[in-house]
Design a protein around this ligand. Structure first.
Ligand code: ZN
Length: 339
């Protein structure tokens, strides 16, 4: 019988995961019914297959984003967001001993094309977080608002304004995600990122995932950043590894997510990536990205690295410390800022 590793007893931090794909399918099913949403199936297990990558083998980058549609639609109301974040916070603590978490979401993908009020969506999310924090007082949490490459600049600008408005209520940072689009230019976002930082928010961005090391190098020059989501492509470029070190950036890696869409081929490729990063002195932490959809957990991710001898237990400990150090939440350990 396999003994429990130290990982299963550790306090963990998770800095890179999307609320849309983090709520358990049975809870999403319940939220959908509570709101009277007409789902494509009346059968729970068909719904389960629809919103997870379970049996699907060939998963394209487009399929991956297509799956977000249902989960985001179900979460497109204040009542749904309140429950979603509350359930995620308690679930992360109970199942994975995660005591620090920074879930992200895009409020523009929760307002049914402008039908719902953005402030109400954000406030309900913060209320759900506070409710969770009141039940689990040793957990710390902060929300990251996502901008999206497919949205026009003016729409993304509104998201940043909302992030600043609710900075003292529990929004801790901004991020850019979504598939690349022809009109999107990182340079256009420099001033907006600078404004967010000057207002006291922290910044991250999705890069070095589907793109190349050159793209990532460009993004790191274009935006003032505190962390990077993914960024694993840096392993191919010694000069980029140096830049990541010099800028003191922590990479928030998501092994299963990258392997499921084929950006990282297998465990051997993952080992090459992670060993290169670790041995080059680049700081990184491990995350799930979309845990419900990918049927993974933070403990599973860390166990995978241990079992495949990608990192030792001591090295895993170091990545957990890096996660706690790289938090966007401005507070002392053991204290909740937002209560
Ligand atoms: Zn992500």
């Amino acid at each position: 019988m396999e003994t429990f590793s130290k990982i299963q007893r550790k306090e963990l931090a998770e800095l890179h995961f999307h609320l849309g794909q983090s709520v358990r399918p049975d809870i999403l099913w319940s939220i959908a019914h509570e709101q009277g949403i007409r789902l494509p199936s009346k059968d729970y297990w068909e719904f389960y297959e629809l919103i997870t990558l379970g049996k699907k083998t060939e998963v394209s980058w487009e399929d991956y984003h297509e799956l977000f549609k249902w989960t985001e639609l179900i979460q497109s109301s204040p009542i749904a967001m309140e429950r979603a974040v509350y359930e995620v916070l308690g679930g992360a603590y109970r199942a994975n001993n995660i005591t620090l978490l920074e879930p992200s979401f895009n409020p523009m993908f929760r307002n049914r094309g402008g039908e719902r009020d953005l402030d109400q969506i954000i406030l309900a999310t913060l209320r759900g977080m506070e409710k969770g924090l009141a039940e689990f007082p040793n957990v710390r949490a902060g929300i990251i608002l996502l901008l999206d490459r497919r949205l026009p600049f003016a729409t993304n600008e509104i998201i940043v304004k909302k992030a600043i408005k609710y900075k003292n209520r529990g929004i801790v940072g901004i991020d850019i995600a979504g598939p690349n689009s022809a009109d999107f230019r990182y340079e256009d976002y420099f001033a907006l990122y600078k404004t967010a930082r000057e207002a006291g928010l922290k910044t991250t961005v999705h890069t070095g995932e589907d793109g190349s090391a050159e793209e990532m190098e460009h993004v790191l020059k274009a935006l003032p950043l505190d962390r990077v989501n993914h960024g694993f492509r840096a392993y191919t470029s010694p000069s980029l590894l140096k830049t990541v070190r010099e800028k003191n950036l922590t990479l928030c890696l998501c092994p299963t997510s990258n392997m499921r869409v084929g950006f990282i081929k297998d465990a051997a490729h993952l080992k090459e990536v992670i060993r290169t990063l670790y041995d080059s002195g680049v700081k990184f932490c491990i995350n799930t990205d979309n845990p419900s959809m990918l049927k993974t957990t933070l403990i599973k991710e860390l166990e995978f690295l241990r079992k495949h001898e990608i990192l030792s237990e001591e090295e895993i400990d170091q990545t957990v410390r890096w996660a706690f150090e790289a938090t966007f939440i401005p507070t002392e350990p053991g204290k909740n800022l937002y209560l």
